[in-house]
Ligand binder design. Structure first.
Ligand SMILES: Cc1cc2nc3c(=O)[nH]c(=O)nc-3n(C[C@H](O)[C@H](O)[C@H](O)COP(=O)(O)OP(=O)(O)OC[C@H]3O[C@@H](n4cnc5c(N)ncnc54)[C@H](O)[C@@H]3O)c2cc1C
Length: 480
């Protein structure tokens, strides 16, 4: 089985027995629990796309490792062409209306682990890289979803991991055994984690010489003893609605706090253990992949917002107003610039000696920060153009009610060729995108998810050739 179907993905989850809590209750079966459905639907679009003739050409390829058909999510990226196809796939997947399918994390983790383990082996003669190759082969053969468990609770931000009064604020090794290691700590915000097949756990910051026990990276099954998932209720209604939440009643992700209480990890799943100087490399390669992916999927979500603005203003009779044309133009400028950042990262990358083609970091990081800032503006445009009704209109229960329904049908009419039900749906679409719990979650994800914007700004500053342009300025004033 190289390319799974949605059913095979769900069947794989049924075979796992993670310890999951949601809203104060232990969840026996996440596959039958309604609150998990939008998350399962979201991940599933990558499986559905693989079997959909409209997406299969972009999604699927033959693995150089196994020689079998695989999806791009488990592929070790070889070159610029691979990166370009993936960029196009990410934007095209926007047609499915899902703002975050989370499969990019599988790619980010596998490619970053491939590079990191290669470099550590080269320096220390370890055999991590063979282990990572085995994991990648398995991920390809079984078409796995891999979750990223990276960001620790971190405690008091003024202190480094080794200085924290409670050492568990950063996940660390508490015991080394002949057959593996035992780790303790937590990862504070892992999206989708309980419905992945495997977690990739690694440090959220470069570690220093006295922080060896915190420099640890490994893969683990989600149901390893000692792992507990404490989930936040998802920003989705959890049931398909007729008019309301057209996006978030189908799609959305669930966030998780993961506790690692003395979790045993066999050596064959470990690819960094004490080699402090390589903890930053893992993060850096992951970051190059992840922000590139985020630019492409952000452009895809911007397309949805642009379509929504075009539709609601048509139904309202304002589509031709100059300021509305201006909003649309500005939104299109942003979408294309963010997508251009993804394309630039894809074509201007480099091939690492391990064979991984790494997207150019500065473009992905700059694009992701720009996209996060532009989300507020996008919402301003949608809310302003849609009008107050986007935030004030009652629910579909009122629209379908025998007493209130006819009033709404009368007063929400704009013109004869626009069915009122269509206008209500368009209003509810815009509400879902700007004024719903889902919209709040999505805003948080765009700003903080995949590294906080400030961290990315610092990396952009570090990657930019500031010295070079300063020298140019010195030449301009004849000082050089
Ligand atoms: C929706 C969503 C999904 C996410 N999904 C995942 C996931 O799948 N896997 C995962 O591992 N993580 C995930 N994250 C976590 C995300 O990567 C982090 O939230 C992000 O890296 C910021 O870390 P933090 O939350 O600890 O914030 P903080 O590090 O506390 O940062 C908050 C602010 O404090 C500043 N700050 C922090 N420390 C210092 C300091 N020492 N000095 C000066 N300023 C400081 C920062 O620059 C920033 O401005 C997700 C987050 C969100 C919101």
């Amino acid at each position: 089985m190289a390319i799974r179907t949605r059913q095979e993905y769900l069947a794989s989850l049924k075979r796992q027995k993670p310890r999951v809590f949601l809203a104060g209750e232990e969840v026996e079966d996440i596959c039958t629990h309604g609150r998990f459905l939008p998350g399962l639907n979201s991940v599933s679009i990558t499986y559905e796309a693989a079997h959909d003739p409209l997406f299969a050409d972009l999604s699927n390829l033959f693995s150089p490792l196994t020689g079998e058909p695989i999806t791009r999510w488990t592929h070790i990226q070889k070159d610029e062409k691979d990166a370009l196809v993936k960029t196009r796939l990410m934007r095209r997947l926007g047609e499915k209306l899902c703002a975050c399918h989370y499969r990019c994390l599988t790619s980010d983790c596998l490619n970053a682990a491939w590079v990191t383990s290669f470099e550590i082996d080269r320096r220390y003669n370890t055999d991590y890289h063979q282990m990572v190759q085995n994991i990648v082969r398995r991920a390809q053969e079984e078409d796995l979803v891999i979750g990223g468990a990276i960001v620790d609770p971190k405690g008091d931000r003024r202190y480094r991991p080794a200085e924290q009064p409670d050492p568990d604020m950063y996940l660390h090794v508490v015991e080394k055994r002949a057959d593996g290691i035992v780790v303790k700590g937590a990862k504070a915000h892992s999206t989708a984690a309980p419905y992945t097949n495997m977690l990739c756990v690694f440090p959220c910051r470069p570690m220093m010489a006295d922080e060896k026990e915190f420099a640890v990276a490994f893969f683990t099954p989600v149901d390893a003893p000692g792992i507990t998932f404490i989930c936040k209720e998802p920003p989705s209604p959890g049931e398909r609605r007729e008019l309301e939440n057209p996006v978030s009643s189908r799609f959305g992700q669930l966030e998780t706090f993961i506790v690692f209480d003395h979790v045993f990890v066999p050596w064959e799943n470990v690819f960094l253990c004490g080699e402090v100087e390589f903890s930053g490399l893992m993060l850096s390669v992951f970051n190059s992949f992840h922000t590139w992916h985020k630019c492409a999927c952000r452009a895809a979500s911007m397309d949805t917002a642009i379509g929504a603005l075009s539709l609601i203003t048509d139904y309202n009779g304002t589509a031709q107003a100059p300021h509305i044309r201006g909003y649309l133009t500005d939104m299109i400028l942003s979408a294309e610039l963010v997508y251009a950042a993804a394309l630039a990262a894809a074509v201007d990358g480099h091939t690492h000696e391990s064979g991984v083609y790494i997207p150019r970091r500065i473009y992905g990081n700059a694009g992701k920060v720009f996209a996060a800032m532009k989300l507020g503006e996008e919402r301003y445009f949608l809310q302003e153009a849609g009008g107050g009704v986007v935030t004030t209109l009652g629910s579909e229960k009122d629209y379908f009610h025998p007493v209130t329904g006819p009033y709404l049908e009368k007063y929400l009419c704009t013109r004869d060729d626009v069915a009122v039900v269509d206008r209500v749906k368009a209003i509810k679409l815009v509400e879902d995108l700007v004024a719903s719990p889902f919209a709040g979650w999505y805003h948080g994800m765009c700003i903080s998810g995949g590294a906080t914007s400030q961290t990315l700004r610092e990396r952009v500053l570090a990657d930019y050739n500031l010295q070079g342009v300063r020298e140019r300025a010195l030449r301009a004033i004849d000082r050089k």
